[in-house]
Design a protein around this ligand. Structure first.
Ligand code: APR
Length: 235
């Protein structure tokens, strides 16, 4: 029986694919106002600005590729039962070949209703090069919006994510600052005695979570260190 390897990823894993993170130097929230562009209030106040912001990010997704880190995690499926729990709204894990990916904060490839965003009849794949326009309607007749979890909105996959981390035999955190909750709380659900790794070139602002080995490297190098560590553990 393959060991369950659960990966929890954030913006840092896609940084080397050319997608900026949120809180690093040159991060998105240093340039854009998160409350204006990633909240229900902001969408009500200036929907065009929000649609422009996400349409640009959707279009940019066509111009980037998965990197070595995404590919190595997909490749680990040969030896492990791998599940990726990601805060990222890009589709780079899937494009790299990861077969089990859970998005906590939504997906840029999808749209939904601005009346009830969790209505599964309204959640649709939407071509990345087709801008979401004011006046575009969801199935329920409401204004179409990106299928993204905005600040203050309920994160609907958390129960499943907590269960998967609890069941993990190996837990890997990669490229997240662990400052956004409830997602950041996932580090507390992994069993104390299992091997836990955190891949990040920087120190964690809130301090390292207990029991994690810090692989202090960028994702692309850090995953190779991870593979070596996993091999050593097998021996
Ligand atoms: N490789 C690995 N990690 C990296 C790299 C890299 N090349 N570059 C930066 N990092 C690390 C940073 O040190 C930081 O710890 O990635 C982390 C990025 O943190 P954030 O920008 O805060 O991104 P994230 O943790 O994913 O944000 C969480 O916040 O804005 C919301 O919904 C959005 O999902 C997002 C959530």
């Amino acid at each position: 029986m393959q060991q369950k390897l659960v990966v929890f990823s954030g913006a840092g894993i896609s940084a080397e694919s050319g997608i900026p993170t949120f809180r690093d130097a040159n991060g998105m929230w240093g340039k854009y106002d998160a409350m204006k562009l990633a909240s229900v209030g902001g969408f009500e106040e200036d929907p065009q600005a929000v649609l422009d912001f996400y349409n640009a990010r959707r279009k940019n997704l066509l111009e980037v590729e998965p990197n070595h880190a995404h590919r190595v995690l997909a490749d680990l499926e040969k030896q492990y039962d791998v599940t990726v729990i990601t805060q990222n709204v890009d589709n780079l894990h899937e494009r790299a070949g990861s077969s089990k990916v859970i998005h906590l904060h939504g997906e840029l490839t999808k749209v939904t209703s601005s009346y009830n965003r969790l209505d599964t009849n309204c959640i649709k794949e939407y071509p990345l090069d087709v801008p979401i326009r004011l006046g575009d309607k969801a199935v329920d007749g409401s204004q179409l919006r990106p299928y993204i979890v905005w600040f203050g909105e309920y994160v609907d996959n958390m129960d499943l994510a907590e269960y998967l981390v609890k069941m993990a035999d190996i837990f890997v955190v990669i490229g997240t600052s662990l400052v956004v909750y409830p997602a950041a709380g996932l580090v507390n659900y992994a069993h104390m005695e299992i091997p836990k790794f955190l891949i990040d070139p920087n120190d964690m602002k809130g301090g390292m979570p207990v029991g994690f080995e810090h692989i202090k490297a960028k994702a692309v190098e850090g995953v190779d260190v991870l593979v070596r560590r996993l091999k050593e553990m097998e021996e």
